[in-house]
Design a protein around this ligand. Structure first.
Ligand code: ADP
Length: 473
């Protein structure tokens, strides 16, 4: 209940978290850009004001050099009248800080004269002192320059309200702040849309997984246009579903076939035992029935062991040994074992193999069973007077074993199925067998990184070819 609630909560969604992170990073960048550009604008404007004030003082100094102090006093008053008493003030002090001339300070009541004097004193050492103080109404700031002239005989101090500068900065704050807010909102909306679009692919996968849970394995993730990564995820998920569906089907088939193959001999054994029990028999009859039951049990155990071995090999479990094996010996021994059976059926067996050993890495007893299965099938599905040819060769990288017969052959539509567990072609249902021999061959050879193929024309025999990588042992 709580997990479902959590799932529907938008604040727990990945898209929301992604948007939040994006918004965080985006706003940091915007604030950074705004701060840097605002500071550089303000310092640029202040620089202009400073240059203006410095030019004023230099002009005053020139006038002093040319026409003396009286002209400077006149200049100061003229300048103030021109600009306006509320906008600019000026003080001319002697080197011992006595006021020589000063503009009307009635509207500059907030100025701290001792502090102004302190800056004037400082300027006597030759440096130009720039200071900024807030104006009385706090709306604007006042920029004050203090500099000595005439070789340190006088000090000129000019203060100017930075109205224009403040206006421009205020306007900039308004416009840029609005733009930043707009960009921020657009960015968030865009990030939310992008995150949702990206997540829609993941949601399709989740949706499919949910449908599979409810209705079965036939559902697949539908293709979309979210981009390569999501498409790859969907494709991989679908491939995995194909594989799981195939495995489930195989499991079902194996279970059905196994149940069927176990039921028949067990029913037969029970019938034999029941009949023997119900009728009085002599000891030899009992022995005969028990002998048949033991044989049947051995056959069943062999079948179950084969199924387990195929499953282990298919699962890639290396439970069997990986030792150097000489295939020449294995093939020769296999043919020798089947010679009596072939002779009984008047079938000729030809063997061609190199005089040298052909070494591969594997389990000798399982390789013997691989060869036995192929020879058993070749003899089983070949009519008397037929022929079975066995060849062992190498082609530089692989050992190649071929088992060719002149038997009934395999229809082309059945050739792809004969390596499946329990599969038996229509034409061979009457022959003994469980349909596990070729599955065993394929599982063992595949686990050795080899391959097995079949080539057959119905009525004209079949050729099985096994390739196993040669190992330098
Ligand atoms: P089994 O021989 O026990 O039935 P296999 O797995 O060895 O099981 O073979 C599967 C099926 O492949 C056989 O039932 C038969 O139909 C077909 N098959 C295998 N080998 C041959 C062959 N040499 N000639 C014709 N059919 C064959």
């Amino acid at each position: 209940m709580s997990s479902k609630k959590k799932k529907n909560n938008i604040f727990h969604s990945f898209a929301f978290r992604l948007t939040l992170r994006y918004a965080g990073i985006f706003s940091i960048f915007l604030i950074l850009i705004f701060t840097v550009s605002y500071n550089s604008l303000v310092s640029g404007l202040q620089h202009n004001v400073d240059n203006g004030l410095l030019a004023e003082i230099k002009e005053i100094e020139q006038d002093f050099n040319k026409e003396g102090i009286d002209q400077v006093v006149l200049d100061i008053h003229e300048e103030i009248e021109g600009i306006g008493n509320g906008m600019i003030f000026c003080r001319l002090l002697t080197s011992d800080l006595k006021v020589e001339a000063v503009s009307d300070l009635s509207r500059w009541g907030y100025l701290d004269i001792p502090v102004l004097d302190l800056w004037a004193k400082k300027s006597l050492s030759g440096q130009t002192v720039f200071r900024t103080i807030p104006a009385s109404d706090k709306r604007f700031k006042v920029r004050i320059i203090t500099r000595s002239i005439a070789g340190g005989k006088y000090v000129v101090q000019i203060g100017q309200i930075m109205e224009d500068t403040e206006e421009i900065a205020r306007h900039y704050r308004k416009v840029f702040g609005g733009a930043v807010f707009l960009l921020f909102v657009c960015g968030i909306v865009l990030a939310w849309m992008v995150a949702n679009k990206a997540m829609s692919g993941v949601q399709r996968v989740t949706h499919t997984a949910r449908n599979i849970g409810r209705e079965g394995f036939h559902h697949r993730v539908q293709p979309g246009k979210e981009g390569e990564e999501i498409e790859e995820l969907a494709e991989t998920f679908n491939t995995m579903l194909d594989r799981v569906e195939l495995l489930m089907q195989e499991l079902k088939d194996v279970t059905n076939n196994l149940a069927h193959d176990l039921r028949t001999p067990i029913t037969r054994m029970r019938g034999m035992a029941e009949t023997t029990l119900n009728n009085k028999q002599d000891i030899s009859n009992y022995q005969e029935v028990v002998g048949v039951i033991v044989e049947e049990c051995d056959r069943l155990v062999r079948m179950i062991n084969t199924i387990l071995e195929i499953a282990q090999a298919d699962a890639g479990l290396k439970t069997f040994s990986q030792k150097p094996v000489d295939l020449t010996t294995v093939v020769q021994k296999g043919v020798e074992t089947f010679l009596p059976v072939a002779q009984d059926k008047k079938i000729q067996i030809d063997l061609q193999c190199p005089s040298d050993s052909v070494m591969v890495l594997g389990d000798v007893s399982r390789l013997q069973r691989v060869i036995s299965n192929l020879l058993d099938n070749a003899i089983k599905f070949t009519d008397p007077k037929g022929k079975v040819s066995v060849e062992l060769n190498t082609d530089g990288t692989d050992a190649v074993i071929s088992v060719k017969d002149t038997g009934i052959g395999i229809a082309s539509d059945q050739q792809q199925h004969i390596f499946e567990k329990f599969y038996r072609a229509e034409s061979s249902r009457t022959a003994p067998g469980h349909g596990l021999g070729l599955s065993f061959v394929k599982a063992i050879i595949s686990s050795m990184d080899g391959s097995v193929t079949v080539d057959s024309v119905p009525g004209h025999g079949a050729t099985f070819v096994i390739r196993i990588p040669l190992k330098s042992c």
